[in-house]
Write a protein that binds this ligand. Structure first.
Ligand SMILES: [Zn+2]
Length: 193
């Protein structure tokens, strides 16, 4: 399924760009996305947030250059203390969209080129915004480093985690020693039989 296809209904219809009627020039589109937006996507890792999207849409002869600036905050879970917190989001991402049969005339060779059917007159950028936002999230998220409101990791949880780590280290025995013990026990059992 082509996620760039124009939508005829639903809240994501607001993300349609009817490029057919646009001049070959740079156009700007602004969107505010919130929790309702993320609910439109199944299994979204983001459920809550407010983001401002500024899209620079450059209509060229036979392709479009899209530059997204996305800024705001999302609610997420800390990988260290498991508390929920608001993480700052601020990134820029580009995409190239062209008709299926068009030859690539863009100089941006490194960018993936997205295609749309030749008879399209509009595209919908909702899924693209969703995808680049999710991909922009860091692998490890941490209150103390990423929080927008100065929240720090939950000290109570950190204390418990530290305590558990220490006792784990004390309990762990050398695996070679454990293997030897097993061997010794087996040997003993065999002799008794
Ligand atoms: Zn934390």
């Amino acid at each position: 399924m082509n996620h760039l296809l124009e939508r005829n209904s639903g809240t994501l219809k607001a993300f349609n760009i009817p490029f057919m009627g646009l001049k070959k020039d740079v156009h700007h589109f602004q969107y505010i996305i919130d929790s309702n937006f993320f609910q439109e996507f199944e299994n979204s890792p983001i459920e809550e947030g407010v983001l401002e999207v500024d899209l620079e849409f450059n209509k060229k002869h036979n392709f479009f250059e899209l530059n997204f600036q996305i800024e705001g905050k999302i609610r997420t879970q800390c990988d260290r203390c498991s508390d929920d917190f608001y993480m700052a989001i601020d990134f820029e991402e580009e995409a190239i969209v062209q008709m299926q049969n068009a030859e690539n005339t863009s100089d941006e060779k490194e960018l993936d080129i997205l295609t749309i059917p030749n008879d399209s007159t509009a595209i919908n950028v909702a899924h693209l915004i969703y995808e680049i936002t999710v991909l922009s999230l860091p692998i490890r998220k941490n209150c103390s480093e990423d929080s927008v409101d100065g929240k720090k990791c939950n000290p109570k949880v950190l204390k418990i985690l530290n305590r558990n780590n220490q006792s784990k280290e004390e309990e762990t025995t050398d695996p070679r020693w454990e293997a030897l013990l097993k061997f010794k026990n087996n040997h003993k059992n065999n002799n008794n039989n």
